[in-house]
Design a protein around this ligand. Structure first.
Ligand code: 4AD
Ligand code: MG
Length: 464
């Protein structure tokens, strides 16, 4: 007999047929009446299945009474309507097979609640907790819904390379990929590292973004999106930054900044509505444990209209604000997280798209506006997490783009293939990057982004 997932058993009508469930013990309570209640969870849903194991079972004394949280079992029995509160059905066991015992003395996930900081050191076991089971299911649904959103709109899923020879953001925050012996790095006559002897015969890194490669496919196939891991070697130890995170990067040919902002808004609203529909139990847990108001907020945003302001207007609002920021707002300076939060949480009390940022603080590929001071950039800001999306219309004019690359001290030769898109049938196009873990963070209310990914990587953090 094959096991049925608990998610399915819980909505099955009670009957005489034998069914089988398998999972891990969350709790065992022994009743005076000569039977035990086993709460088992198999990860298929938030709820546990209640199992009634009677002393008449052959291994009741030898096995069942030795089951502690964490032990794994396979249970066969009949589903009955449950008299107890909290579940419609319970499984009356005809057979309980212990797959693996779990020693309560050494098992770190007992009944007591464990702080998120400690659980990060138990990342190999934390998926067995309510919080991380729920996070993993929400993450899965969000990923699925992102693909559904783009596929329904005929966007082509593109696999951008993970190892790359270009720096998309031009910020130099890249992890190098090398097979050189670090204890004996080969040098050129001039004393520089001789990358000619390296695996790729040149300097290579982990990608910070698949955008540039994405643009090459958009400028051939129309609309594409990537969804893959990206890497940033920034030394930022914040609750919003990871060194390895997943990014969704759509790119649309024949599109401008307005089209881009409209797509970003539609995507976010789609994911909010979908996660509310598909993960009610997991979200109810986060609402109750982490973030009161989470459900109402997601519901409101799923049908809201995002506000749009220019960067210049944002700075005006911040300068007029009746409060002191750690970083005094000033035109030309990037918006800090405290500024983003003030705008979204206090002024607009909802999502906000900020467009037309100063040229000097944005990447080389963004399209220069006619005012010469700003570029056609957009950031979508959300309450709590701040920037969740960064994007722009791309510079499609060859000379302007070449100048922008040189102005930033970058070498146009390394972007030669990218410049080819502007040499051969250049078209206006636009795209953005959505930080997947920030989306997970926002939908769950998890405070720290390190809890929104199974195995977080951050400065001095690479366990497992
Ligand atoms: O704003 P960013 O740096 O934009 C790009 O990489 C563009 N190439 C995207 C594009 O236009 N195709 O990053 C995009 C998003 C951010 O808004 C943020 O949500 C997320 O990626 N992000 C991070 N998430 C976690 N940890 C980090 N260190 C992140 N850096 C960016
Ligand atoms: Mg950004």
């Amino acid at each position: 007999m094959i096991r049925t997932r608990i998610r399915e058993l819980l909505v099955t009508t009670p009957g005489q047929d034998l069914v089988q469930a398998a999972g891990w013990i969350r709790t065992r309570r022994d009743s005076k009446g000569g039977f035990s209640f086993l709460e088992i969870n198999d990860g298929s849903c938030f709820a546990n299945l209640q199992v009634i194991a009677d002393q008449g079972l052959a291994n009741y004394a030898s096995d069942i009474r030795r089951l502690h949280p964490g032990a794994s079992v396979r249970v066969q029995g009949r589903l009955m309507a449950s008299a107890g509160a909290g579940q419609a059905v319970e499984l009356h066991a005809t057979e309980v097979q212990v797959l693996g015992f779990c020693d309560p003395e050494s098992y770190p996930l007992g009944k007591q609640r464990i702080h998120f900081d400690r659980l990060r050191e138990l990342a190999h076991l934390r998926a067995r907790t309510n919080a991380f089971g729920a996070m993993a299911r929400v993450r899965n649904v969000l990923a699925d819904e992102i693909h559904r959103f783009f596929q329904a709109r005929d966007f082509l899923y593109l696999h951008a390379p993970v190892i790359t020879a270009n720096d998309c953001e031009g910020a130099g925050a890249m992890f190098q990929v090398t097979t050189l012996d670090l204890a004996r790095v080969p040098r050129t006559a001039m004393g520089a590292v001789d990358y000619d002897q390296d695996f790729f015969g040149r300097r290579a890194s982990l990608t910070v973004s698949g955008q540039l490669e994405g643009e090459t496919y958009a400028c051939a196939l129309g609309d594409i999106y990537t969804f893959g891991p990206t890497f940033r070697a920034e030394n930022s130890n914040t609750r919003r930054h990871l060194a390895e995170f997943w990014m969704i990067e759509p790119e649309m040919a024949f599109a401008d900044l307005q089209d881009d902002a409209a797509l970003a808004e539609a995507l976010l609203k789609h994911t909010f509505a979908a996660v509310l529909r598909r993960c009610p139990d997991d979200l109810a847990f986060f609402e109750q444990r982490l973030q009161p108001g989470l459900l109402a907020r997601l519901e409101r945003l799923a049908t809201s209209t995002f506000r749009t302001i220019t960067y210049t207007e944002a700075v005006e609002l911040l300068t007029k604000a009746n409060r002191t920021f750690e970083f005094a707002p000033q035109w030309g300076m990037d918006l800090q997280s405290e500024h983003e939060r003030y705008l979204t949480e206090e002024v607009f009390q909802g999502p906000l798209t900020v467009i037309n940022y100063p040229r000097a603080i944005k990447a080389f590929y963004m399209r220069r506006n006619d005012d010469e001071r700003t570029v056609a950039a957009m950031d979508v800001l959300l309450p709590e997490v701040g920037e969740i999306i960064g994007g722009s219309q791309r510079e499609e004019r060859l000379e302007v783009l070449e100048r922008a690359i040189r102005d930033r001290g970058l070498d146009p030769a390394t972007y030669n293939w990218y410049l080819d898109l502007r040499r051969f049938g250049s078209v206006p196009h636009a795209g953005f990057g959505l930080g997947f873990e920030r989306l997970v963070q926002f939908c769950t209310g998890l405070h720290n982004i390190r809890d929104a990914i199974p195995y977080p990587r951050a400065p001095r953090t690479c366990e497992y």
